[in-house]
Design a protein around this ligand. Sequence first.
Ligand SMILES: Nc1ncnc2c1ncn2[C@@H]1O[C@H](COP(=O)(O)OP(=O)(O)OP(=O)(O)O)[C@@H](O)[C@H]1O
Ligand SMILES: [Mg+2]
Length: 507
Amino acid sequence: MKLELRKITKKFGDFTANDQIDLVVESGTVHALLGENGAGKSTLMNVLFGLYDADGGEILLDDETRVFAGPGDAMAAGIGMVHQHFMLVPVFTVAENVMLGHEQVRGPAKLLDLEAAREKVREISDRFGFHVDPDAMVEDLSVGAQQRVEIIKALSRDARVLILDEPTAVLTPQETDELLEIVGQLRDSGTAVVLITHKLREVKAIADTITVIRRGKVVGTAEPTASQEELASLMVGRDVSMTVDKDDATPGEPMLRVENLTVIDEDTRIKLLDGVSFEVRGGEILAVAGVQGNGQTELAEAILGVVDAVEGSVTLDGTELMGRSIRDNLDAGIGFVPEDRTEDGVVASFTVANNLILDLYDREPYSKRGAIDPGVVSRNAEEQVEKFDVRTTSTEALTGSLSGGNQQKVVLARELARDLKLLIASQPTRGLDVGSIEFVHKRIIEERDKGVAVVIVSSELDEVYALADRIAVMYHGRIVDIVSPDTDRDTMGLMMAGAHGDEEEAA
Ligand SMILES: Nc1ncnc2c1ncn2[C@@H]1O[C@H](COP(=O)(O)OP(=O)(O)OP(=O)(O)O)[C@@H](O)[C@H]1O
Ligand SMILES: [Mg+2]
């Protein structure tokens, strides 16, 4: 099915998020939609999917004008969408989620719907090799599996136009390869695919055509043969350096000492962290690499005290952190960028200005004698928004109205604004555009050069190599080894599969 968008315009108040956007997606092709954070990509797709009313323009399917009053209409017309933020209900099973929103009948006959949904899940799962159990509870699934459920959900209605809004942002490199394979299969079977991603390698690997938007307008199209540098500069409107310059680290005294840290999953009794020990000096960056789910998240959280360790010790500049409150630990000079910004990073219903002082609102200079000083709060916000290039209509806008990447920038701006001894950042550039990644990497290196001890958890090897002075590789809750960034990718790959660890166990 051919999809055509003509002169789509969408405004939020005075702000024009989409300005007369034209886009044609032929059946049997993958059309990549590129653009910096806040460019208007998700907005355009939400218009297409019937979630937003356009202020102008037309949607055509096979040259026929269509009007979608809601997602139900769009789905009925053959459009499926996988959203940037998961829309699954965690306490429902996979089949129940797939059924949601298109129940055929009500009452007792609903059971038949559920049986049909389970069958559908099995069928699509088999067809694409998804290994998704229709009766599994969504909250028990890995993010990769949840992403596959979203795709099953979209495909279960025989979508002939499939919109994928940053489907790979939360996936491991292996899961990403699998997903791209599936996208290729769908394309070959005639589906028209719109793919939004910030990862230019993926664009080059899978896209047939590329449209770039900037500040709500189409600024150009490109061929997949274009270099990553060309695509990046078209997106951002300036040259972007794809590698960060950094001097060798000049590490000082050990700042963070982790000894024998052990975390146990309360339900399964599995050791998520198994006797982890290491040191990070002030002025160096330790990157924690590994296939997601091998204890990296728990490590970051256990250092701050977000999860409780059953054993071990964590000291910051000589002070024991374990057993203290998260707030006390933040006050001791820890900056923390959580892996999941929407869950733990920002409060969507608070303004940007208030999110930028989330834990500081009752302190000087933001509060004096128990009263918040709105002038100081607002000046701080203006400054941070400017520095981090947060695209928002105003510092008083609700943070939930910001684009995904801009919410991430709010978290980074807040955490990097304080005087730190230790920065712990999980997937710091997840969802950011190439220009913003360049900026954030520079800022992290600046912190290092100021003498801050930095721990970066990243499932992106490119990011690990760009930032690390030393790399800790984790497997099954343990550190396999800590190696230099000169270690080649193949060796890293082996270590991430546990190679060294197994030898140690055998010895
Ligand atoms: N519901 C809303 N209310 C007000 N403003 C909004 C709303 N949704 C989006 N915007 C604004 O529209 C702009 C475009 O947002 P959109 O989510 O489409 O960006 P995007 O290109 O998908 O970015 P990202 O790569 O970060 O996901 C943003 O600057 C955002 O602040
Ligand atoms: Mg988006």
